[in-house]
Design a protein around this ligand. Structure first.
Ligand code: SF4
Length: 766
């Protein structure tokens, strides 16, 4: 039975919801963002509960936003509200008063729930008690926590090897929970710790580690206010990191030039009305982008090389005036071979491959020529391509030429999309842990952790599909909807004997499951977490490497919810008849967890003291001091070649994107108001000329095909929307079109699914 036959429940129903179209917005946020935020929060949580949560969101004595990982100001936090519209929506999701108890699951079968859209499923409410789906059953049924832990333990201890189990992590998991989770998994005996970072910034970590010696960005929020130029590449901050717009506005006010590089003219890049300013309230917007470069999908590498080519010609004319030769001499290696490579490049070819005119490229080079306080920001638009790692290394090349690393107002800025995805990696959630980390575990916990590397996300899907895995455990997230090749991944999950999801809300991964399935409902970031009569706090690390406390204060919707750290401890106690790790002490107070983190992971000295300082503390970052922890202690120039993706006449290159009413796989609503799309998610954004060539009109309904590896993948029933997107490029929302993303199509070196470069064809429905 091949994957195609197993569609039931794995995909959103192909039903249309009634597209309404409007203008593409010129400015982001403003009054509409305030109205939308309050509507979502008050309709889900009520005015009192909702207001309580918003007043504490991102405050120094409050809780950290469970959405993206954009940093909070080090100094004053806005008393009016230190959050954006999407932060408010994320809180509405968690703080909702709606809850799902046994009676709900008794009425609603798995199949009936799977026939709903992700939006409808997500709106059902918080899961209020542990639920179990026996083999062959159609409905989840209640189970006690103890029975649930024993069931998982029985399955785990029955495996012939710990490598027949996979332990996935989503980026919402706190430092404390992530540290205990990896400790449990390694004590159990495997490094099968795939995480959502494998699908998002893995390419950044790989690229930066190789060239600069650390897998994290080097800038702080303050650097934005000192920058001369900020380049935003492959990122849509207006929707995915909205408070970044405030930083760009402030940078602009300080004289900074903003250059945006994106296939789509994203509203948040163009204009911003800050709702906490009079101008913003009067809808007077601040134009952000000075130069907009509408690259072709995956045209970024060619663009960067073309800019470097022009800068090199300028440097030749004025030696040492354009390139920071002192920095290059002192801190880098391989400069000569790199320059020889750039000098031989063909500008016309680079211009054509990027989709940007030579005039525009020259204009950018002219801006950069005498600047060195340059920040480059990026996100999935760069990381989810086959050549992602070399493209990000080309950004590093540009910054090294200008000496723009390790000084105020300059550096690298991969903007993380999930609140603690960076923290989880720092805590050891990684399938390829370093020897130093494993030695530290052995030294501090007196057991020998597994040495062999484990599965990353794509390898985990393949292993489950090949029936090498029996138990799949997910700490948060929505694995099925977040991953590529939906039908293949669904079949993989269904091959497991047991699937376990630690979740706050219902999602599609609960409905596509192993022979048996468990849902373990956990506390959310905004929930009060009381232990031994004391409210506990956890900690998270944002994109700039700031670790800060997060303390929930809402009364949980159910007394049967458990915190993630407690879930790990009780699971360990059920699984291990004896253990070198004292799991009970962690159930006394989270300070014990932090003490062990301090002992095990560099940079967390006096963790419990420093985490109690309002606003938290910065982790060490050598790049920030202009130092490079590479073998040579020098930053590396790298040489790469642009390989344009060849498309047949009927083919387009598709990228999956988020709508404005979406955070990862969580669908807050059916609108994408910045792009003028309302009440519909099954849309495909197309270039008018491509439509004309295919005799397709705006509003036509098409099926979308991918044939990578000789396998036909199809996503049915999408409405064509004419949109200002470059020719031969198209865009659709995920997870609806993840079914088209081949699991075999991954980025070199990082193995990240190529969700931004999917070759498609279209067939008009008759
Ligand atoms: S910018 Fe990101 S972290 Fe900040 S409130 Fe918005 S969604 Fe949350």
């Amino acid at each position: 039975m091949d994957d195609k036959q197993q569609t039931n429940g794995a995909e959103n129903p192909e039903k249309l919801t009634g597209l309404k179209k409007g203008r593409i917005k010129k400015n982001a946020a403003g009054i509409p963002a305030v109205v939308n935020s309050l509507q979502q929060v008050f309709s889900e949580a009520g005015v009192i509960r909702g207001s309580k949560a918003l007043l504490k969101l991102n405050q120094k004595d409050g809780f950290d936003c469970p959405s993206c990982a954009w940093p909070d100001p080090d100094d004053e936090r806005s008393g009016l509200g230190e959050y954006c519209e999407n932060g408010a929506k994320a809180v509405a999701e968690e703080a909702t008063a709606k809850k799902l108890e046994a009676d709900f699951f008794a009425v609603h079968s798995v199949d009936s729930l799977a026939a709903l859209s992700d939006f409808e499923i997500g709106r059902k409410g918080r899961i209020a008690q542990p639920m179990y789906l026996p083999k062959g059953a159609t409905h989840y049924q209640p189970i006690t926590w103890e029975a649930a832990f024993n069931k998982i333990a029985t399955h785990l201890n029955a495996l012939s090897s710990p490598d027949e189990a996979i332990f996935y992590t989503s980026g919402r998991t706190s430092n404390e929970a992530a540290f205990l989770y990896q400790l449990f998994v390694r004590a159990y005996g495997t490094n099968n710790l795939p995480d959502c970072s494998n699908m998002c910034h893995e390419s950044s970590g790989t690229a930066l580690n190789e060239t600069l010696g650390i897998g994290k960005g080097s800038v702080t929020l303050d650097d934005f206010y000192k920058a001369e130029v900020v380049i935003v590449m492959g990122q849509n901050p207006g929707t995915n990191h909205p408070r970044m717009l405030s930083a760009l506005q402030k940078a602009k006010a300080n004289g900074c030039t903003i250059i945006s590089v994106n296939p789509l003219p994203e509203t948040g890049l163009m204009g911003f009305s800050h709702p906490q300013t009079m101008k913003g309230l009067l809808q007077i917007n601040t134009a952000l982008t000075d130069i907009f470069l509408q690259v072709k999908i995956n045209g970024d590498l060619a663009l960067l090389q073309a800019i470097e080519y022009f800068l090199l010609q300028e440097e030749k004319n004025q030696p040492g005036k354009v390139f920071d030769q002192h920095f290059i001499y002192e801190h880098t290696q391989d400069y000569i071979s790199f320059i020889e490579h750039i000098d031989k490049l063909n500008l016309e070819q680079l211009s054509s491959a990027s989709g940007i005119s030579i005039e525009q490229i020259q204009e950018v080079a002219a801006v950069l020529k005498d600047k060195n306080k340059i920040i480059v920001c990026w996100a999935m638009g760069l990381t989810q391509h086959k050549n992602a790692v070399v493209t990000i290394q080309e950004i590093v090349n540009l910054l090294l030429l200008k000496g723009s690393i390790g000084k105020p107002g300059a550096g690298t800025c991969p903007v993380r999309g999930h609140s603690n995805v960076q923290g989880d990696r720092t805590m050891g959630i990684f399938e390829r842990p370093s020897k130093a980390f494993l030695d530290s575990i052995e030294r501090n916990f007196h057991f020998k952790p597994p040495q062999a590397h484990g599965y990353d996300t794509v390898e985990a899907i393949n292993a489950m599909h090949q029936k090498k895995v029996s138990v799949f455990f997910a700490m948060g997230g929505n694995f099925l909807s977040a991953t590529p090749d939906t039908l293949y991944t669904a079949a993989a999950l269904r091959n497991c004997k047991l699937t376990v999801q630690v979740s706050t809300k219902l999602n599609r991964s609960h409905l596509v499951h192993g022979e048996e399935a468990l849902i373990l409902p956990c506390l959310g970031r905004s929930d009060k977490d009381r232990l031994n009569g004391e409210d506990q706090f956890v900690s998270c690390e944002n994109s700039m490497g700031v670790v800060q406390a997060s303390k929930g204060m809402l009364v949980p919707v159910s007394r049967q919810l458990m915190s993630e750290p407690a879930i790990v401890c009780y699971l360990a106690k059920a699984t291990f008849s004896s253990s070198k790790v004292n799991w009970d002490k962690y159930l006394q107070h989270y300070d014990h967890i932090r003490n062990d983190i301090e002992k095990t992971i560099p940079g967390f000295d006096q963790y419990n003291e420093r985490i109690r300082i309002p606003g938290g503390f910065y982790l060490p970052n050598a790049n920030r001091q202009g130092k490079f922890s590479t073998a040579s202690e020098k930053a590396h120039f790298t040489i790469s070649t642009v390989e344009e993706i060849k498309l047949a006449a009927d083919e387009l290159l598709m990228m999956t994107i988020r709508s404005h009413d979406q955070f990862n796989t969580t669908i807050y609503g059916l609108d994408d108001r910045y792009r003028g799309i309302y009440n519909e998610r099954r849309v495909v954004l197309m270039n008018q000329a491509d439509m004309n060539e295919r005799n397709i009109n705006d509003g036509d309904i098409v099926d979308i095909y991918n044939h990578t590896g000789g396998i036909e993948r199809v996503a049915h029933t999408f409405i064509v929307v004419a949109y200002p997107i470059p020719a031969k490029c198209a865009a659709t929302y995920f997870p609806e079109t993840n079914v088209l993303v081949p699991v075999s199509s991954v980025a070199d070196k990082s193995n990240t699914p190529v969700s931004k470069g999917v070759i498609i064809t279209l067939k008009k429905q008759s």
